[in-house]
Write a protein that binds this ligand. Structure first.
Ligand code: HEC
Length: 128
């Protein structure tokens, strides 16, 4: 296969995958957009290392290893609300040394923005 044909085939393959994901109703997160949201909102409290920040927020390196995407998706919609029905969320809040509780952000009501943030959080991994 020539180089051009290969490029066309690859593009067609990627487009088909994207179309299928849309059809199945999945939202495809964009890590670059997620990074921008992170810098605007989340970085006020969180570090992208494994260090807790001065305000007491846990470092988000490897957070997608210790928590499932479904868990993070629910957490982002309202940490305190979620903690009423989830034991892990309750423990995460109880273990914050400063007593700070993460607020619910209006932007995180948007499923696309949550998917973007989660796609970005997945890039924060100490080893692949
Ligand atoms: C005002 C400070 C603050 C902001 C801003 C903030 N958080 Fe948090 N976050 C916290 C704190 C504090 C915790 C620990 C739990 C608690 O006490 O509420 C936490 C916990 C988390 C957790 C759970 C971590 C774990 O180890 O289980 C995730 C995931 C998270 N935040 C993601 C985000 C994302 C994504 C954003 C941006 C949309 C964000 N946070 C914005 C303060 C903040």
């Amino acid at each position: 296969m020539g180089r051009m044909a290969w490029l066309v085939a690859t593009a067609a393959f990627l487009a088909a995958g994207w179309a299928q994901a849309q059809e199945e109703g999945q939202i495809v997160g964009d890590p670059a957009r997620g990074k921008m949201i992170f810098q605007t909102i989340c970085s006020h409290c969180h570090l992208t290392t494994n260090q807790r920040s001065p305000v007491g927020a846990p470092g988000l390196m490897d957070v997608t290893k210790r928590r499932s995407e479904a868990w993070i998706n629910q957490w982002l919609q309202g940490p305190e609300e979620f903690a009423k029905r989830d034991e892990i969320a309750k423990k995460v809040i109880a273990s914050t040394p400063t007593g700070l509780i993460m607020p619910a952000y209006p932007e995180m009501k948007d499923p696309q923005k949550r998917a973007d943030i989660i796609a970005f959080l997945k890039t924060l991994r100490s080893e692949k």
